[in-house]
Design a protein around this ligand. Structure first.
Ligand code: UDP
Ligand code: MG
Length: 317
C-alpha cells in the first residue's frame, strides 16, 4: 500500500472467532485481491479471550501491506468495535463485515459496484436468511416496528455487510453517539442510500455472540436512539386515559350521591386500576430508557480503550 488513501477499507469486528478465522482469511483476501483496487482490512479484537488475537497477529505478519489489527481492552460489543475500526480506517469506501462468514466476502464486489454507480450507502437484504427461526420472526417484528417509529428505511436491519462512503464515516466519527446501531446511524447521514440482495450462510463455526438479552438491548437502542415517537405516543395515551378517567370519576361521584355507597364491582375497579398501573410502569420504564441514554451520554467517557494496534509503518498516511 502506498501513502495515499486506499480505495477500500473492510472493517471486521472479532469476538472469540478462533474456530472460523482461518476460513475467513482464506476467502477474504483472494476476493479482495481480485477487485484490483487498493484496500486495507481492519480487524478489531473486541476483548477476545480465545486465540483470535494471536491468529490475527499471524495474519498481520503474513499480509502486513493490507492488514491492521486493533486490540480493544475489553468487550464493548459489535457496534462499538466497528466504531473503533471506523476511527482508524483510511479508505474512501468502507465496508463492514462479520467475522463468522455468514455474509460471504465474495459479495463485497457487488456493494462496490453499487457505490461506483453513485450511491453513498449500500444496505443489504439477506436472501434466504440462515438463522434460527425464532430470530427470523423476532427480527421481522422488530424491523416492522422500527420502520414505523423511526425515519430509517431498511428492509433488513440485521445484516451488517454494508458499504459506506468516506463522508458518512467522517460524520459517524464526529458524532459522540454511544450504544448505537451503525447501519441506522449511517443511514441518517446518507444522501443516496440503496439496498441490494446478498447471500447469507449459516454460521459454520462458533456460536452466535448475541444472547436473547443482548438482542433485546440492541433493539431498544435502535428505537430509543433514533426516535422519540414512543415518548410522544405515551404522552398521547396519558392524555386520553386521563380524559376517560375524569369522566369515570365524575360518573362514580354521581352514583355515590344519588345511589349511595356501593361495593359491588370492586373487582372491575381493580382490573381497571391494574391496567392503569401497568401503563404507568411501562411509561416509567420508557422514560428510564431515555434517561439512561442521557446519563451515558453526559458522562462523556471514552467509548473504548485501544490496547494495541498492529500496523506496518508503510500504512501510516
Ligand atoms: N461481535 C463483537 N463483539 C460482540 C459480539 C459480536 O465484535 O460483543 C462480532 C462477532 O465476532 C461477529 C459479529 O460481531 O464478527 C457478529 O456477531 P454474531 O455472528 O455472533 O451475531 P449474529 O450473526 O448472531 O447476529
Ligand atoms: Mg453471525
Amino acid at each position: 500500500m502506498n501513502n495515499t488513501m486506499p480505495e477500500l477499507s473492510v472493517v471486521i469486528p472479532v469476538y472469540n472467532e478462533a474456530d472460523g478465522l482461518e476460513s475467513l482469511f482464506e476467502r477474504l483476501y483472494p476476493s479482495l485481491d481480485a477487485l484490483n483496487r487498493t484496500y486495507e482490512i481492519i480487524f478489531i479484537s473486541d476483548g477476545c479471550t480465545d486465540t483470535s488475537p494471536s491468529m490475527l497477529k499471524n495474519q498481520f505478519l503474513l499480509r502486513p501491506d493490507v492488514t491492521r489489527v486493533i486490540l480493544l481492552n475489553g468487550n464493548h460489543g459489535q457496534h462499538m468495535a466497528i466504531l473503533a475500526g471506523f476511527s482508524y480506517c483510511h479508505g474512501r469506501k468502507i465496508v463492514t463485515l462479520d467475522a463468522d462468514l455468514q455474509n460471504p466476502p465474495e459479495e463485497i464486489q457487488k456493494l462496490i459496484q453499487k457505490m461506483d454507480e453513485g450511491h453513498d450507502y449500500v444496505g443489504t437484504i439477506r436472501r434466504n436468511r440462515q438463522d434460527k427461526s425464532w430470530r427470523r420472526i423476532a427480527s421481522r417484528l422488530m424491523n416492522r416496528m422500527r420502520e414505523r417509529l423511526t425515519k430509517i428505511h431498511m428492509t433488513d436491519q440485521g445484516c451488517m455487510l454494508r458499504a459506506y462512503d468516506r463522508a458518512i464515516i467522517d460524520a459517524i466519527n464526529q458524532s459522540s453517539e454511544i450504544n448505537t446501531f451503525i447501519p441506522a446511524l449511517a443511514y441518517t447521514y446518507a444522501h443516496t442510500p440503496t439496498e441490494i440482495e446478498v447471500e447469507h450462510e449459516s454460521r459454520i463455526k462458533g456460536e452466535s455472540k448475541y444472547s436473547l438479552y443482548k438482542l433485546i438491548r440492541l433493539n431498544f437502542d435502535l428505537v430509543t436512539g433514533f426516535s422519540v415517537v414512543p415518548l410522544q405516543l405515551f404522552s398521547f395515551a396519558g392524555i386520553l386515559i386521563s380524559i376517560f378517567s375524569a369522566v369515570f370519576v365524575l360518573y362514580l361521584i354521581w352514583r355515590r350521591i344519588f345511589i349511595g355507597p356501593e361495593v359491588q364491582g370492586v373487582f372491575t375497579l381493580f382490573a381497571i386500576a391494574f391496567f392503569l398501573i401497568g401503563i404507568m410502569l411501562f411509561g416509567i420504564g420508557l422514560l428510564g430508557e431515555y434517561i439512561g441514554r442521557i446519563y451515558q451520554q453526559v458522562r462523556g467517557r471514552p467509548k473504548f480503550v485501544i490496547q494495541a494496534i498492529l500496523e506496518s509503518k508503510k500504512n501510516e498516511t
